[in-house]
Design a protein around this ligand. Structure first.
Ligand code: ATP
Ligand code: MG
Length: 289
């Protein structure tokens, strides 16, 4: 377990619960996100990952437990309140306007203006220049910030969203599965910018299904399974193999193979599947040791 007493983290959840009616989406979940660190949240579909970040981002409120920002207990009523405290979220389905230029999307909702009162107008030159430099600062060299954002690749769009959050002063950057829909190369590019955000001193919360994306960049790892925390470790406490094994749910695979075996002795095909699963479970178990 991680020693959480040393410094005050930017975000701290302690024993948080969240119910949707009868469904327990989170139970006794704790997590820290500190400046200059990447906290990874891993888990299968329905594990509670999105629920967790929605609490942090002010979309939902926790039912029990404590949520603190920079050491002070909070209960955000809206994402706007979280944003005002420097907590920015990049959702997987990025809220962009595909036909608008990159710079327009970069400043969407926070347009720069020049002049005062009724004579003020958009400061297009400033927004263009700033978008260009901010992207360059993150190492992204776009040919043309006037091109519609819809013409960028999924990875590039994620990067623009990250650069935007950094520019508008985010302290905590939450990324919900930013690499899920990407190929290996583009995922690599996005991982690079996640590291870049950490280098600039942000606390990053990185949600993913993929231990191979999480392990190389993460400083700490929270594993959720059906709303419960099954592991929470600093990087030096867990190996890539252990993390992968926990994700693959070695024990669950084994259980499933036994059940299939019992149900499927008469069915040759099922038998075959059961054997496959057994081999896979044995492999996972082996990698874990
Ligand atoms: N608004 C809601 N109303 C009712 N149940 C919900 C709601 N949102 C989530 N749930 C349930 O809570 C549980 C956790 O869901 P959550 O979306 O947090 O999982 P997740 O880890 O993000 O999954 P995925 O990997 O599929 O995105 C699931 O059982 C889900 O069906
Ligand atoms: Mg989700």
């Amino acid at each position: 377990m991680i020693d959480t007493t040393a410094t005050t983290p930017l975000v701290r959840l302690t024993d948080c619960d969240k119910h949707y009616g009868n469904i327990v989406a989170l139970k006794d979940v704790s997590l820290d996100a500190s400046a200059g660190e990447i906290t990874c949240v891993l888990g299968d579909n329905g594990a509670g990952k999105s629920t967790l970040i929605k609490i942090i981002a002010g979309v939902h409120q926790h039912d029990a437990g404590r949520y603190e920002v920079e050491g002070r207990s909070v209960r955000f009523k809206s994402p706007r309140e979280a944003l005002e405290r420097g907590i920015a979220t990049v959702y997987q389905d990025l809220a962009v306007v595909p036909l608008m230029p990159v710079w327009r999307n970069f400043f969407l909702g926070s347009e720069a203006r020049k002049g005062v009162g009724p004579f003020s107008r958009l400061d297009i030159g400033f927004m263009r220049r700033t978008t260009k430099t901010e992207l360059l600062n993150m190492g992204i060299d776009l040919r043309d910030v006037d091109q519609p954002i819809g013409t960028l690749s999924g990875g590039e769009r994620q990067c623009v969203a990250i650069a935007r959050a950094v520019y508008f002063g985010a302290k905590v950057l939450i990324l919900d599965e930013p690499t899920a829909a990407l190929g290996v190369k583009q995922a690599g590019v996005v991982l690079h910018y996640i590291v870049q955000a950490r280098e600039r001193g942000l606390g990053v919360i990185f949600i993913t299904h993929n231990p191979h994306h999480a392990y190389p960049v993460g400083d700490r790892f929270l594993l959720l399974n059906r709303g419960r925390s099954i592991a929470y470790h600093a990087k030096n406490e867990i190996s890539r193999e252990e993390l992968t094994g926990l994700m693959a749910g070695g024990a669950e695979l084994e259980q499933l193979s036994h059940e299939l075996e019992r149900a499927g002795t008469a069915d040759a095909q099922l038998q075959h599947v059961a054997e496959e699963l057994e081999r896979e479970a044995a492999q996972v178990e082996k990698e874990r040791k």
